[in-house]
Write a new protein. Sequence first.
Lengths: 343, 334
Amino acid sequence: MALDKTKTYHLMEVCGTHTMAIAKSGIRNVLPAFIRLVSGPGCPVCVTPPEVIDAALRLTERPNVIIATYGDMIRVPGSVKGDNLARRSAMGAKVRIVYSAMDALEIAKAEPGSEVVFLGVGFETSAPGTATSVEEAKRQCIGNYSVFSMLKMLEPSIRALASDPEFNVQGFICPGHVAVILGEQGLKFFEELGLPAVIAGFDTDDIVNAVRMLMVQIAKGEARLENQYTDVVRPEGNPMARELMDKFLVPRKDIWRGLGEIEQSGYGLRPEYAAWDAEQKFDIHFGKPVIKTACRCGDVVKGKLDPMQCPLFGTVCVPEDPEGPCMVSAEGACAAAYKYRAF
Amino acid sequence: MDNFITLDYGSGGKKTSALISDMILPLLKNEALEELGDGAVIDGAERLVYSTDSFVVSPYFFPGGDIGKLSVCGTVNDISMAGGEPKYLSLGLIIEEGLPVADLQRIIDSIRAAADRAGVKVVTGDTKVVERGRGDGIYINTSGIGFLRTPGLSPRRIREGDAVLVSGTVGDHGTAVMLARNEHLVQAELKSDCAPLHEMALALGKELGEDLRVLRDPTRGGIATTLNEFIEDGRYGIEIREKDIPVLPTVNMVSEILGLDPYYTACEGRMLAVVDPASADRALEILHGFEDGRGAAVIGEVTAEHPGKLVIRTPMGGGRIAAKLSGAQLPRIC
């Protein structure tokens, strides 16, 4: 085994659920000092840029619009600290928390006088469910429902990260839920980066196993994709889910907090479904990105800044009063660090 | 009576009298209440424990209970946690126009059953009706009086080495209510733990004396928030062990799906007790003697380390700091 224990080996996870699971399990406290677990751009809320959040907030100003959103979006600020869906709701905007896009569609059916806009945040895990809601809206002829797609793709952000000359990661813990959809085949691109990668589940045992598998590869100088989550992740993934996504969604250029513009990195609705596309329906335009806070979230999502090294962490920036999404999203690296501070 | 409560029932006139005489009095009858005075004159002791609480739970019927049972147990438990033997309750109802009378009947019935079980009498009350759209069906306020039996309970009495106990499984109530709100997402057999704690609290107080430092029921914010309250003054820290904290497998499963954390989820029939380590075994024995205390366990201790901080030891052996709950628990995205 050839591990240089004077070096530090950085293993990056790119899934918000992993971020939280790792923090909650206390694994970091029992790993040897030469192994560091780092968070990457795995929190879909955290990589959504402020000008997109601002556009969602502006939508609430329209009198008959109901915003339906996953719960952890409601305290995420846009460019202005303190301005978020929860505050807008307190000031009279209609905001409903839902667990799924189909829940949002049900709201549209129940409130025919309103326009329901579902904030479609997420990676490939959430994409099929979001697509299903459009399929059903079309099938049931529901006209007062639309999706504001903020869906993002895993692969382009990883490639963008890895191409940064300062990128200092020696292995990837790959997202188990995205892998359910894309399969081992869909994550093969990790091997092109020349780094070992292991698809991992979310129990403490799963994660510890994945870390072990990565360190074994590193010691042997290997750079393969392995699957630790075989109970749930198949080589071919879920082809039906991907067909659904393909039918309703199309890759497009997208803006990522911290990573900037990346070609073919987000999903929009296909033009034939424009009637259910909130960006078309409400003629949504994005303002110029103006970060009015000292937020370093962009560096946190790239794994360049450890949350606890951020000068604002825990002082100016706390979950009750966050500078940016990483501290308030349920899957944000800063929120995880704050809630589960290692002892 | 009509089938639905209308605004008239809150007017103070004939319909209000009818509501009280035809439904509330027959179910809750006692001498003091039947006087129907502005205030209730009741026998007093040297020192009285007095508490109030309001209940706005939605939905108002949930597995294992309803807003009526909750409104009695909530105030009974607050009095019990402060060392009191609960005796009398006031009952304030704010009813939304359109509430089915059958639902109200069921709720008042629950109040009666819970009051009987807790040995308290509802001796005074008030009823208001608000327009449709202004209030989730029904809101209830109860305030209560008890006789002080166990004086001196306070976090200030906590000392290094004290044992931290919980009287049963945690997070049942909050999880059951979220389950009732999301039946389409997940179905499971789970009941709220809503129950009166007066008997267990009084027994501990009587038998342990000063070895019992403090009692508190972990409602909103769960055990993590309540334990943080115990150490707010910064003299000591508390460490609890995940492997010792009793959680129903169903609560864990539902929590994972709905994005909740059982340690931050409300209980309505559980108490946290801090006791002298020499009395920990006796305290467990006492609690195990009660049906609602069967699941009691020692979950941790008070420590001189990390003052003001609650630390949870994970099964891995690592530890993490658990802060007070900030804001409402929100579900995850994916």
